[in-house]
Design a protein around this ligand. Structure first.
Ligand SMILES: Cc1ncc(COP(=O)(O)O)c(C=O)c1O
Length: 468
């Protein structure tokens, strides 16, 4: 056994560290957590969430009127929402259920904006009744609907038009949301008429902004600049035509997370996927670029004051929560396949907790938390517990998204704990109970190592709670 003296490439000082050959999370021994709370277990780091938010807020240097709305679809555990709220930022919701959770987590209505492409009348009514910051409209139809619901409630609804502007990114097709081929938003050819219609209905509609979300895990600044420029053009046009000043432009989420900080597997992943998964674009860089592009056009149009007065909204999800959560999973079975010479390690967490593993063949780095300081140099076929051959942590499809195997220390034993890093976004919020696997517990670690259970583990009774 060789235990390295230096910290591995995935380590983050003060947060993810190796001590006594065990993974420690904010100073707490991951193996002790697994023993006390069982696995699979979501381990959420409050200090890391705050660190990530502070980093995103650096974008204020380039535009002080910045409003961050955490995309709660990325992770809507109440304990996570509470930490986010206490860090001083706002929230984005995508349904009545997420609105309910945001309010329950203590967000004021004016801190909440709502997206959604198939909102029901009831969800719209709930948003209007609560008096939220804005409802992002996905179609001309939805404007009519919001108008009707607001009139019925005798209230005025704040609305924002969600544009698509034909902007592509280098992310997965399913994660690109501003292309004309995507299901989201309103085309530029319809948006102007829609804005005029909204102004004409000012008794029940208060048109406050424009929105484009180019997509998730967007590695480059250019799509943001293109989206911002498209919204800016619409804002200027509306101001010229009607004198109406929009209060905000919402540039969406998508600030990427570097899932490949440990590059052990990088050369087994295709170049395009590597560029996307290993992106380092910061919110500040994105904002600097987008503001530069729009300022030039604002100057030309003599409209710099409009830009300075404008609130810019961002909706980061991943960049807040992905690397603030680790899933601990136990090896429950090992075997070798003499025909192929392969060693298998089978864990208790699969795509039931990390849906992106099957949706996008997403890479999450695996570390043997029980022997974190040892060289991870043996090739393993790692797989989850589900009765589905696709529930594996390696490349089954030949699309170059995942490596052919996972590297772990030699001689992995049943009972050893594997840590799946960067598993905070689109995991707990997308989990399923497939195969009757109960939802796991989640713990929150605070500065100084205090551990709080923020979600109890479900039991078998929970599996049948609503069945008659
Ligand atoms: C409208 C909207 N805003 C924000 C986000 C958050 O994206 P990310 O988690 O990549 O920041 C999403 C998710 O794709 C989204 O659909």
């Amino acid at each position: 056994m060789t235990v390295a003296n230096t910290q591995p490439a995935w380590a983050i000082p003060g947060y993810l560290e190796v001590k006594n050959n065990h993974l420690h999370i904010n100073g707490v021994d991951a193996i002790k957590l697994a023993e006390e709370f069982d696995t699979p277990l979501f381990v959420v780091s409050a200090p890391r969430i705050r660190h990530n938010i502070a980093r995103l807020l650096e974008a204020k240097t380039h535009h002080p009127k910045l409003k961050l709305c955490f995309a709660s679809k990325a992770n809507n555990l109440l304990g996570v929402l509470r930490v986010v709220r206490e860090a001083g930022i706002d929230v984005e919701v995508n349904s009545g259920g997420e609105l309910f959770k945001a309010l329950r987590a203590g967000f004021r209505p004016d801190q909440i904006e709502m997206n959604g492409i198939s909102k029901t009348e009831q969800e719209i009514a709930e948003a209007i009744e609560a008096g939220i910051y804005t409802i992002n409209l996905d179609s001309p139809f939805e404007l009519e609907l919001v108008e009707r619901v607001a009139a019925k409630l005798n209230k005025r609804a704040n609305v924002t038009v969600r544009l698509v502007a034909g902007v592509g990114t280098r992310s997965h097709a399913g994660l690109q949301t501003a292309l004309y081929t995507s299901k989201f938003g309103v085309s530029p050819s319809q948006a102007r008429e829609m804005m005029l219609r909204a102004l004409a209905k000012s008794d029940s509609i208060n048109l406050v902004g424009l929105h484009i979300h180019v997509g998730s895990q967007t590695p480059d600044p250019e799509p943001y600049a293109a989206a911002f420029a498209a919204m800016w053009e619409h804002l200027l046009w509306l101001h010229r035509e009607t004198g109406h000043k929009l209060q905000h432009i919402n540039i969406g989420g998508g600030i990427p997370v570097n899932y490949l900080r440990d590059e052990a597997h990088a050369d087994e992943i295709s170049e395009g996927e590597r560029a996307m998964l290993g992106a380092n674009l910061t919110a500040a860089e994105m904002m600097a670029n987008a503001i530069d592009v729009v300022r030039a056009s604002a100057r030309e149009a003599g409209a710099e004051h409009l830009l300075d007065e404008l609130e810019i909204v961002m909706e980061p999800g991943r960049a807040v929560i992905a690397d603030a959560v680790t899933i601990l999973t136990t090896v429950r079975n090992v075997k070798t396949r003499p025909e192929t010479g392969e060693a298998w390690a089978l864990t208790d967490a699969g795509y039931n907790l990390m849906l992106s593993m099957v949706l996008y063949h997403w890479y999450y780095h695996a570390v043997n938390a029980s022997r974190a300081g040892e060289a991870h140099s043996e090739r393993y076929r790692m797989a989850g517990p589900l009765c589905d051959g696709g529930d594996v942590y390696f490349d089954l499809h030949g699309d170059g998204h995942l490596p052919d195997c996972r590297l772990l220390p030699a001689n992995v034993q049943v009972g050893e704990v594997i840590a799946m890093l960067n598993t905070g976004a689109y995991t707990a919020s997308q989990m399923t109970a497939y195969n009757g696997r109960v939802f796991p517990a989640a713990v929150l670690i605070e500065e100084g190592g205090n551990v709080e259970v923020i979600r109890r583990r479900d039991n078998y009774e929970d599996l049948i709670l609503n069945e008659l």
